[in-house]
Design a protein. Sequence first.
Length: 272
Amino acid sequence: MGPGPQPGFAPAGPPPAFAQPATPLDLGRIASAITVVAGIVVLFCSLLDLYSVTVDPGKVDDSVDGTVNVGIGFYSVVPFNAPVVALAVPILMLVAALTAVPGLLGRRQGTLVSAISAIAATLLGLVLMFANPLPGVELTGDLRREAQRDLDDLDVSSVNQLVDRVVNIGPGAGLIIAVVFGFIASAAAGFIYLRSTAAAPGLAHPMRAPIPPQGPQSGFVPMPPQGGQFTAPTAFIPSAGPDAFDQTQLGTSRPGAPSAGPGAPGGYPGQS
C-alpha cells in the first residue's frame, strides 16, 4: 500500500486565479473632462446664430406674401450687430475649460475659477435668451404726426408696436446649445470645487489649531502604586545622629557610635 497524501502539502496544479480588484473611477477627472468638452462645444457653437429674426410683413399688409429670415450671430455686425455682451459667453466657457485642464491631469488648481466662469456664462446666456436685441424707436415732432396717420391705418399706435407685430425674435441654435452645455459645465465644475474643498483639511477647517504630535516622552515619570493613588516621593535628609532604623531594625550602628548591648532595646543576643 503506497504512501497517501501527506498533511501540509498541496497537490501540484495551476495556481488559483484571484479576481483583480476593480479600479475605482476618478470622478474628479471625469467632471474635469466634461467641463473641458462643454467649453470647447460652446466655443464652436458660437459660430451659429445667436438670435433668429423673422420679418413677416403680411401681418400688417395682406397683399404682401412671404417672410424675411435674418440670423444674428455672436460676431455679426451687418445687417444687425449682436449685443457685445454676448461675446462673453464663449470667452467665459473657454476660461472654464482651460482652468479645468489641471483637474483632468489629477491636480486641483483653478477649480474655483472654472466653476465661477461656467456659472457666469450660463447666467449670461439665460439673460440673453429673454432679452430683446432690437433697440426701441420713438418718433417726435412732425415726423411723429406724419407717421401716425400710416400707423392708424395699420391699427397700431407706435413704431415699437409695429416692430413687435412684424418682427419675431427668438434664441438661435448657438445660444440654445451654449445654455445647455453651460448648465452641464456649471454642474461639473461646481462638483470639482466642492470635492476639492472637502478633500483639503486646511480649507474645511481654516481656524483649527494644530494637534501636537503624540509620542514617547523623555524623562522619568513615576507610576502610581497598585491601589491607584499616587503619593509624591519625599526627599531623603541624612541625620547627624545615630540612625534609629539602622540600630533598631538591623541592629547595626554607624562608625564611632556606641553599639547596642544585649540588654539594650533592639539589641540581639550575642552582639557585643
